[in-house]
Design a protein around this ligand. Structure first.
Ligand code: A3P
Length: 300
């Protein structure tokens, strides 16, 4: 899987990594880190925080529809990353640069981040912003991340699956999955954090949409919850050009390698993990997660 052909365009665009407080991030993010640190949040801003590939885009779409009272046209006003910018992301294209976008927007803003809790700029806590955190079981999360790194030509080269799995266990770009999910979990009762699970959203989307709506202080009728649920199914979002990242150029997202909305399932890890990999992974997982009791679910 590793690509050593220097003429391939992906090798010219894939970023290297640099660290902030021991967390490996894409180099352009680290180069522009002072903009993240100096960012000013409004109290009305909402932060949607996830480890990459945990269901960020799905949650963003649900939130935008709740805040727009189910108005589908309004939710199709622009692609996801323009409606709800990605805080720490920096790119030559200004529409892909989170802070450049956010500085042009007034409150209330819905902001995406993959930062672990210790790197979330203090301004969000000082302003008392609400945060929605979405966690996904580690096995499906790593599978989804692997396919994403194959298609996202800005991310470092994923290499072959067995090595990729190993990298994930050690902690890779955006840091350790284990520390990420634990960090927000531990703070969820001290801070205004709604902690959600991808698997619950799959099992009972209406219930989770209602929880999000209540957290946002919105009075959403059962009928509207149902409409939002229909508009945010995997199939509906996959067809929606404003929610499926099809506006991102092929030089960045190689859709031949994988779709952004790839499968959207719980348990796809069973198609990727060998039984030996599963055994080693579980031993490591049990050690890493021994100090918390986060109710992850690996199949539905
Ligand atoms: P898969 O790669 O397993 O398909 P993120 O938005 O955090 O990058 O997460 C992307 C993952 O969420 C992808 O997982 C994607 O298919 C899934 N996803 C996005 N929208 C979804 C939806 N409406 N229903 C189910 N899964 C969804």
């Amino acid at each position: 899987m590793a690509n050593n052909d220097q003429t391939k365009p992906e090798l010219r665009t894939r970023s290297s990594l640099k660290e902030i407080q021991g967390i490996p991030l894409l180099e352009p993010i680290v180069t522009n880190w002072d903009r993240v640190e100096k960012f000013k949040a409004f109290p009305e801003d909402l932060l949607i925080a996830t480890y990459p590939k945990a269901g960020t885009t799905w949650t963003q779409e649900i939130v935008d529809l709740i805040l727009n009272h189910g108005d589908a046209d309004q939710a199709r006003r622009a692609p996801t990353h323009v409606r709800m910018p990605f805080l720490e992301m920096t790119a030559p294209n200004p529409t892909l640069s989170g802070i450049t976008q956010l500085e042009k927007m007034g409150p209330p803003r819905v902001i995406k981040t993959h930062l672990p809790i210790q790197l979330v700029p203090k301004t969000f806590w000082d302003a008392g912003c609400k945060i929605i955190y979405v966690a996904r079981n580690a096995k499906d999360n790593v599978v989804s991340y692997f396919h994403f790194d194959r298609m996202n030509l800005v991310q470092p080269e994923p290499g072959p699956w067995p090595q990729y799995l190993h990298k994930f266990m050690k902690g890779q770009w955006w840091g350790s999955w284990y520390e990420h999910v634990k960090g927000y979990w531990r703070e969820r009762e001290n801070k205004p954090i709604l902690y959600l699970f991808f698997e619950d959203m799959k099992k009972d989307p209406a219930k989770e949409i209602r929880r999000i709506s209540e957290f946002l202080g919105q009075n959403t009728s059962d009928q509207l919850i149902d409409n939002i649920m229909q508009m945010t199914t995997f199939a509906a979002m996959r067809e929606n050009p404003m929610a499926n990242y099809s506006t991102i150029p092929e030089t960045i997202f190689d859709r031949q390698a994988s779709e952004f909305l790839r499968k959207g399932e719980v348990g796809d890890w069973k198609n990727h993990f060998s039984s030996q990999e599963n055994k080693v992974f579980e031993e490591h997982y049990n050690t890493m997660m021994a100090d918390v009791d986060i109710p992850f679910c690996f199949s539905v």
